[in-house]
Design a protein around this ligand. Sequence first.
Ligand code: NFE
Ligand code: MG
Length: 576
Amino acid sequence: MSSKHIIVDPITRIEGHLRIEAVIDENNVIKDAYASSTMFRGIETILKGRDPRDAGLLAMRICGVCTGTHYQRSIEGVEHAFGVKIPKNARLVRNLMQGALYLHDHTVHFYHLHGLDWIDITSALKADPVKASQEALKWTDTPHGTGVGELRQVQERLQKFVKQGRLGLFANGYWGNKHYKLTPEQNLIGVAHYLEALDMQREMSKMMAIYGGKMPHPQSIVVGGVTCVQDIINPARNEEFKSLLRKARNFVKNAYLADIAMAGAVYSDEALDGTGGGLKNYMAYGGFRLDDNEFYKAKTLFPSGVVLNGDLSKVYPFDQAKVTEDVTHSWYDAPAPQHPFDGTTNPHYTGLAKKSDGMAYLKTDEKYSWIKAPVYGDQRVEVGPLARMVVGVAAKDERITRYVMGFLERLGGLLGLGKAAPASVLFSTVGRTAARAIETEMMADVMMEWIDELAANVAAGDHSTWTEFDFDSVSKDAKGYGLEEAPRGALGHWVKIKDGKIENYQAVVPSTWNASPRDGKGRMGAYEAALIGTKVADPEQPLEILRTVHSFDPCIACAVHIVDTKGKELGSFKVS
Ligand code: NFE
Ligand code: MG
């Protein structure tokens, strides 16, 4: 049987350096796939020996994309270790900041990182703006920025690029690939929203900056609470946040979600046949505390849990003790899979192998990635928005079920099924992308409740923002973890403190779970598994690989937490 290798390196429109090697058969169907991070960092190592109160400031530098999320997790790990309970205002503000991150990150992801895997930019030139404006009304009653004049302007802007012979920010796409299915009018709507989203993400950033002082890398969270006191007790600041939230929410509902319904309906065959489904094991650490109960006893917006083999009738409780990292196929040395409290980061790079064709290939039987392979119990799992929605539905969470069912009913209607689309459509690349939009809408709605709750709490006279924490009076030996749901999925920081200093520190991050290589038992990571069985229309333009990998929203800086100081060659795209 003949087989060909498709190497995509680097994958673009992601954060960091990721290489995918896929093997396709004579029908261009992917039979095997390997995901490799080609960059190394080392922040967990830097944290050793530090004062635990400083951990957040260092750990935040793991990533500026899911900005502030490592900062919060790190501080919560230390709070957990010392049993520090934060005031209600601090909890709400942390949720609002993290919620603003979701709005920002998911919007940027869909339009600027992933959208062009579905939207054919140049096809939009052929659209009739009048028809496109009517088309937009099919997907929402109150479309965003799709008046005839507005669409005509977008088309003119695009035309200018093309006439100059350079596509600028749209250069190097696989335009015209036959796996693009939207009509020119639908593509024009997508392009219009792509441009709008550039403005919108600025407004979403401002939301984070109101309570965070700046964005990226907010500065207002400390062990015990938050420092943005004036922004909390001043009703004008809360109102400013709310007014930005209203704007963001409108965009999410009338552009993002509408476009997802449109793309979901047009690409529904790829959802119905489960393209890109992959592992079908889903895990959430759970997150966004809804009350002030003790650590990990609070009710959370996203329940924690594990769903196996896409079986929504059962949800297994999540237990952090069952998390380990395996480095059999990762460029590290460790004697056995390790729980993060005892995890090590000892790099051992063994390189790629040059073959007779002169190309370098991953040594897939040995070590081939800077990402470790996390394992839950004895399972490889996927994390992220889809995992949160799946676990939420399986756990019968009322709110999540309502949003997910609302979307499936709408999709069923659009497809003329006469009933809701089956939940199994979620177990696909399209489903993963839809789940992210569904949770963005839910987040925008629930943030409206939180901002009102915050304003009401302050108005009732509670101005508390920080729980005094006297480091001198606590035991100097402690350990704790900060577990949450970052935009890309389950994120945990584990900290062990000895004699008042950090003795060990490990982060197990969403993209570590999803982008990981094989584990010691040869079982694939989530990206790898999701690529298997996908047909590539044109191996010279591996659009389908981008689609599935992008649907996870890779962030390799997060996944590895290390910097390439050697300037290693990242290779080039090659089909052989
Ligand atoms: Ni660098 Fe991150 C998120 C975290 S990814 S983007 O979301 O944590 O794994
Ligand atoms: Mg780690």
